[in-house]
Ligand binder design. Structure first.
Ligand code: ZN
Ligand code: ZN
Length: 377
């Protein structure tokens, strides 16, 4: 701005001096006077022309500056919007894998209808629940929230069951989940429900992570899991472990034990049950943040969701869980329909689990009175 304006002023001054100097050679007084008058007129005219020309230049310059400012402002706003809403860039590899995986649902239903492989169907259902336990009792309650302590046999079992679920390593799962709790319903929440039901359900796995998720994720303390030998081993060797425990072993068992057809076992024991368990877990992030009551904290989106209590093997008491994340049973009412809590309690009864953390009833009542929706039951 300043150098440009200065150049304009200097230019005007030079032009004025040059015009005045051109009309001064005559010596006649009258002529001189006339000439002087003419010169003044000419000067005035030239001054006016110069002034107009300069004014035009200034106007053009101002318009150009204004245009530049508007363009810069529009670009900044666009970048800000992209940054704030997440780039939304699609991860085609994941989308392709999800399409292939979901194709197993109609194929699996057709196989079940035409072949009636009852043993394999029951086995696939059992695997669905076992893998879900690996996620809920393992990745969620034990490792993400440290809500109880487990001896090595339970840790090894839960690592294998969590690998069977094929939902990334415990380390990655727990980091995302800790970020979800700490930055709920903000851009840093990996499955932010404010971006819609589908995004929170599975859309977040089909798009690149929001920059805030990455930057805030680095602030999360993961030193406890880095020091855990079972978690560290699984994280380091996740892909071969997943090939073995998510795909190969589940498919091989029916073929070896009761001579199931390979493709029937592959579709039902791996693909179909994997898709089912994924949706069971995803419903905690979507439905349990969308439908239901908020008796403990009405200021957050997490809700008590009766449907998700079944699909998430006890993880549907989600308003309570977000209010009291350190409670090992993730609910006020103990074992009621809470398969994961029943598993942890069973392990505790034989001495393989200890240090279960439970929230005091008085504290729950105080929290309900302070932040809960008093109309909710
Ligand atoms: Zn949640
Ligand atoms: Zn949690």
């Amino acid at each position: 701005m300043a150098p440009s304006l200065g150049a304009t002023v200097t230019g005007k001054s030079l032009v004025h001096q040059r015009i005045v100097g051109d009309k001064l050679p005559t010596t006649d007084a009258t002529n001189n006077t006339e000439s002087s008058q003419q010169t003044e007129k000419l000067n005035a005219s030239n001054n006016e022309a110069t002034h107009k020309s300069t004014k035009k230049q200034q106007d053009e310059h101002q318009q150009s500056t204004l245009l530049k400012r508007e363009t810069t402002s529009a670009a900044t706003t666009t970048l800000k919007t992209i940054h704030e809403s997440g780039s939304g860039e699609l991860v085609w590899r994941n989308i392709f894998l999800f399409v292939v995986l979901h194709s197993s649902i109609p194929i699996g239903i057709y196989m079940m209808w035409t072949q009636r492989p009852y043993k394999t169907m029951l086995y696939a259902l059992l695997l669905t629940y076992l893998s879900a336990l690996g996620v809920t009792a393992g990745a969620h309650r034990l490792w993400s929230h440290r809500s109880y302590k487990a001896r090595w046999p339970v840790q090894v079992l839960l690592i294998i069951l969590q690998t069977l679920a094929g939902q990334n390593s415990v380390y990655t799962w727990s980091r995302d989940h800790r970020v979800h709790h700490k930055f709920s319903e903000t851009d840093a929440d990996p499955h932010n429900i404010k971006r819609g039901f589908f995004f929170a359900h599975m859309g977040w796995l089909c798009t690149r992570k929001h920059p805030e998720v990455l930057s805030k994720g680095k602030l999360i303390d993961m030193s406890d899991l880095e020091a855990n030998p079972y978690v560290a081993f699984q994280h380091k060797h996740f892909w071969w472990m997943a090939a073995l425990f998510t795909v190969a072993v589940p498919t091989a068992i029916p073929c070896l034990m009761w001579n199931e057809r390979f493709w029937t076992s592959f579709v039902l024991s791996f693909m179909f049950r994997y898709a089912l368990a994924l949706h069971g877990t995803w419903l905690v992030n979507s439905a349990a943040h969308y439908y239901g009551s908020r008796p403990y904290d009405e200021h957050i989106e997490a809700r008590e969701s009766p449907v998700v209590i079944y699909t998430g093997v006890g993880e549907g008491f989600h308003n309570y869980h977000h209010a009291f994340p350190s409670d090992y049973s993730t609910s006020e009412f103990g074992k009621y329909l809470n398969i994961t809590t029943a598993f942890i309690d069973t392990m505790a009864s034989i001495g393989l689990v200890y240090g279960r953390r439970k929230i005091d009833a008085k504290m729950i009542l105080q929290r309900r009175a302070r932040t809960g929706d008093l109309q909710a039951s």
